[in-house]
Design a protein around this ligand. Structure first.
Ligand SMILES: [Mn+2]
Length: 424
């Protein structure tokens, strides 16, 4: 039996979000760096034969040379495990790359040469093929060029690239299902599942490219959400980033543990079966929550509502983005930055996102007999909204509705209170 740990996208050295204060940012940066320690611990515990790192191990632009020394020492602490690394778009094997700056321990192979490298481990019955990036972008469908030359061994292709599966992935999943396969474990808002793209500057990969490789296992990196599926005879895995790096990285984050039965492919060419298990290792989670503050009358009540989110341990440990929704008393003036400051000791990190509206009584202003400036303004904008709705212009309708509240704020308070996030 063969055991493989597959990781990718550690992004060691990546600066933390500017939203974090200096202390938290340095804690978080170190936690991202030490995800490699956790991975090495897992390799030891499982006595894994192979560790695969599918690119973006570190940040070419930010990483300290001392971290790479630390990484080399960690790899040296697992001398019986063969380590393979294919550089990605954040750690390309440029001439001044840290990959080229030190002597790696003997058990480590970094695919730094252009084209596909090969390492045959006859004793394990394994062949590893790796492709390392040598620049910051790659528009070619590189995987299409690869055909596995060894069908008698358990074959692995290690590469960092962008799966453009589009709608095909569902077909792929069906295929997987019919063969007792695996499907997609977790999606992401910008994953190819929901947002099919035609091209990419990050080494585009199509499902058909994967199918034609004829390898047993494609170890990918680049997409930060974990994914495990089957294309033809080939198992394809994205482990995702071991620590969440931004608020898009919701849910579990970790690495994959692959177990391969048997010692070599059967004489009849039947592939060895592999089992893939997702192992969560992230120290913290990104949490996105909504709180409806409709009907709350005081600042203290709003504060209490936010502080009731999650368990105490989850607040203290995790990073939270909390959207305040609903309709509030127009007289309740919430100072969100003060509120954020007051509640932040309860959370590792928290940001409040305003998405509520003042509960103005629009009915009274709709009366055509009411000739006040406010009433005429509201009726005019309600007409604009109705027109937009008739024209199927959803965005226009939304803008007209928000304009009603901004306008009423301006007329009543003499200022527009920004209640929505700028990104909206
Ligand atoms: Mn990455």
């Amino acid at each position: 039996m063969l055991k493989i740990v597959h990781a990718a996208d550690l992004h060691a050295g990546r600066p933390s979000s500017r939203e974090l204060d200096k202390e938290k940012a340095s804690i978080r940066r170190r936690e991202v760096e030490t995800s490699l320690h956790t991975i090495i611990d897992l390799v030891k515990q499982e006595e894994a034969n192979i560790l695969l790192i599918a690119g973006d191990l570190f940040e070419h632009l930010y990483t300290r040379p001392s971290w790479v020394k630390e990484a080399a020492l960690l790899f040296a602490s697992i001398p019986k495990t063969r380590v393979f690394i294919s550089p990605g778009n954040h750690d390309p094997a440029l001439r001044d790359s840290l990959y080229r700056s030190i002597r790696w321990p003997e058990n480590v192979t970094v695919f730094t040469e252009s084209g596909f490298g090969e390492a045959v481990l006859e004793d394990m019955g394994v062949a590893v093929y790796g492709y390392g990036w040598t620049g910051f972008s790659e528009r070619e469908r590189v995987v299409r060029r690869f055909r596995c030359p060894r069908q008698d061994l358990f074959s692995i292709l290690l590469i960092h690239g962008d799966l453009l599966a589009g709608n095909e992935i569902s077909a792929g999943q069906e295929e997987a299902a019919s063969k007792g396969g695996y499907g997609v474990l977790a999606g992401k808002a910008d994953s190819p599942v929901e947002n099919p793209r035609q091209s990419s500057e990050y080494l585009p990969i199509l499902l058909e490219d994967l199918r034609e490789t004829q390898v047993d296992y494609v170890a990918l990196g680049h997409i930060h959400a974990p994914m495990d599926f089957q294309v033809g005879r080939t198992r394809v895995v994205y482990p995702g980033c071991p620590e969440p790096l931004d608020f898009g990285d919701r849910g579990q984050r970790g690495v994959y543990l692959i177990t391969v039965e048997g010692s070599s492919n059967g004489g009849g060419g039947s592939p060895r079966r592999s089992k893939a298990e997702f192992i969560p290792i992230a120290k913290r989670k990104m949490r996105v929550a909504e709180v409806d503050i409709t009907g709350l009358e005081t600042y203290e009540q709003v504060k209490k509502a936010v502080l009731s989110l999650g368990a105490q341990g989850e607040r203290a440990q995790d990073l939270w983005a909390v959207t305040l929704k609903g309709r509030i008393d127009p007289e309740l003036e919430l100072d969100l930055s003060a509120l954020e400051r007051e509640i932040s000791p309860e959370f590792f990190f928290v940001k409040l996102i305003p998405d509520y509206l003042p509960d103005y009584d629009l009915e009274a202003l709709k009366d055509p007999g009411n000739q006040s400036l406010e009433a005429r303004f509201v009726r005019h904008l309600l007409d604009m909204k109705a027109q937009a709705v008739r024209a199927g212009d959803e965005k226009g309708a939304r803008v007209a509705e928000l304009a009603i509240y901004y306008g009423l704020d301006a007329l009543r308070h003499g200022e527009v209170l920004l209640r929505r996030s700028r990104s909206d």
